[in-house]
Design a protein around this ligand. Structure first.
Ligand SMILES: Cc1cc2nc3c(=O)[nH]c(=O)nc-3n(C[C@H](O)[C@H](O)[C@H](O)COP(=O)(O)OP(=O)(O)OC[C@H]3O[C@@H](n4cnc5c(N)ncnc54)[C@H](O)[C@@H]3O)c2cc1C
Length: 398
């Protein structure tokens, strides 16, 4: 399968880069320091019609292809990883509706999400159920025309600022998480819902990561996505697609760090020469640039497979996330090295980028979980017999 970048892709990149350099990059250090959600930049992205790229046109979206969506995230993350999470999570939270919602559910929620009037969050993780998604405990008990939700969620991006949540809860605890989990849309003004705590974090500090509690939250049965018991399947189908946004975020962070390191070393002088003139420095820059480019091209190749609905799409999106996340970590660490002591202080952006890069190796499935997904498909493809399942190999977010 091949892919080609078009003039539309170039134009989108130029537009977002200009916006990011003018309006977002100058805010990045302050967002990081204050750890406050950048409402002004959410408004800016909404005004520019950049929050509706994954929604169909009939529901107010712009229905861009997945390479375009990757370019958008990449260019925002090059300036500020926190801001890039605004479209990333708008898509992550909406995907369960787009994948499993009825026409009525899509029509009810998509326009407000596509326009950015409402924010949405994806609430899957629980305190004791991270990689092992199927060990979720939150319950949803049917009561007449409603479900009553009880339990809590942990680490939910935008959970404290969202108007809407896609939530996963057990409707049949006896059947376990794989078969007994269902997906729901919950409006956050529903009585019994609260976001009592926001985490203090190493990076992406302006993006609130919230604990959510559900105390007899009554949700109409019309808000269930798909059939009872399809929650696990819907969550996995969502993550198979959405983790590509994290690959694009990692590429953007790596590109931002490479650009910052190049600009700094071209100015800084030691031993009577520009630092960039030392061959050891040039080789580091060459590695950073070529590795970032490799991650970018893998991300676009995976994006083309998402749009084609290819059966091996999870193999590609996990590979892109794995490779891009590791490269972002390596490249940002090298960028700090190239700025010397100045790389370690907050006057320059690379220490922030290094802290931001780390999360790309952790969320939407850790790097270990990506390797499990890739290996499983590799073995299947090669016809290698599966061994009997054991705890930790059956339930992981895949
Ligand atoms: C900032 C942030 C934002 C997040 N946003 C969201 C969100 O919006 N929505 C949401 O639902 N979740 C979100 N998460 C949760 C995130 O996806 C989980 O933290 C992640 O999946 C890992 O789960 P865990 O933290 O419980 O780690 P654990 O699952 O406890 O893993 C601990 C370690 O064990 C390793 N491990 C686990 N199982 C295996 C295995 N079978 N083989 C090898 N190694 C293994 C892991 O890779 C890891 O290194 C977010 C997390 C963070 C930190």
């Amino acid at each position: 399968m091949t892919y080609l970048l078009t003039r539309d892709h170039d134009e989108l990149r130029a537009l977002v880069r200009e916006l990011a350099e003018e309006k977002i990059a100058p805010r990045a250090a302050q967002i990081d320091q204050s750890a406050e959600f950048p409402w002004d930049l959410k408004e800016l992205l909404a005004q520019q019609d950049l929050l509706g790229t994954c929604f169909p046109e009939q529901h107010g979206g712009t229905a861009l292809d997945t390479i375009s969506q990757s370019i958008l995230v990449e260019e925002l993350a090059r300036a500020d990883a926190t801001t890039s999470l605004i479209p990333i999570v708008q898509k992550l939270g909406a995907l369960p509706i787009l994948i499993a919602g009825t026409d009525e559910q899509k029509a009810r929620y998509s326009p407000r999400l596509a326009s950015g009037e409402w924010l949405v969050a994806f609430a899957l993780t629980e305190a004791a159920a991270g990689s092992d998604v199927a060990s979720n405990r939150m319950s949803a008990v049917r009561d007449g025309d409603d479900y009553v939700l009880n339990g809590s969620k942990r680490f939910i991006t935008h959970g404290s600022v969202a108007n809407l949540l896609t939530v996963f809860a057990l409707t049949d605890p006896a059947a376990g998480g794989r078969k007994g989990m269902s997906a729901f849309v919950v409006e956050t003004d529903t009585p019994g819902f609260a976001a009592p705590r926001v985490e203090h974090k190493m990076g992406i500090r302006g993006s609130p990561t919230a604990e959510l509690t559900f105390d007899d939250v009554r949700v109409p049965a019309a808000n269930r996505l798909g059939n009872e018991g399809e929650g696990f399947k819907i969550a996995m189908a969502t993550l198979d697609r959405s983790r590509l946004s994290i690959a694009a975020q990692a590429v953007g962070i790596a590109q931002g760090a490479t650009d910052a390191a190049l600009a700094y070393t071209a100015e800084r002088r030691q031993f009577g020469e520009r630092v960039v003139d030392f061959q050891g420095v040039q080789w580091m820059l060459a590695d950073m640039a070529s590795q970032t480019e490799a991650a970018r091209q893998l991300t676009y190749a995976a994006a083309a497979r998402v749009d084609a609905g290819a059966s091996d799409m999870p193999y590609w999106t996990s590979s892109a996330k794995l490779v891009a996340g590791d490269i972002a970590m390596r490249v940002t660490t090298d960028a700090v090295q190239l700025l010397g002591g100045y790389g370690y202080i907050s006057e320059y952006p690379v220490e922030r980028m290094m802290r931001d890069a780390k999360i790309t190796q952790l969320y939407e499935g850790t790097q270990q979980i990506q390797r499990m997904i890739i290996a499983r498909q590799l073995l299947e493809r090669a016809g290698v017999q599966k061994r009997p399942p054991h705890a930790g190999s059956t339930n992981a977010r895949q």
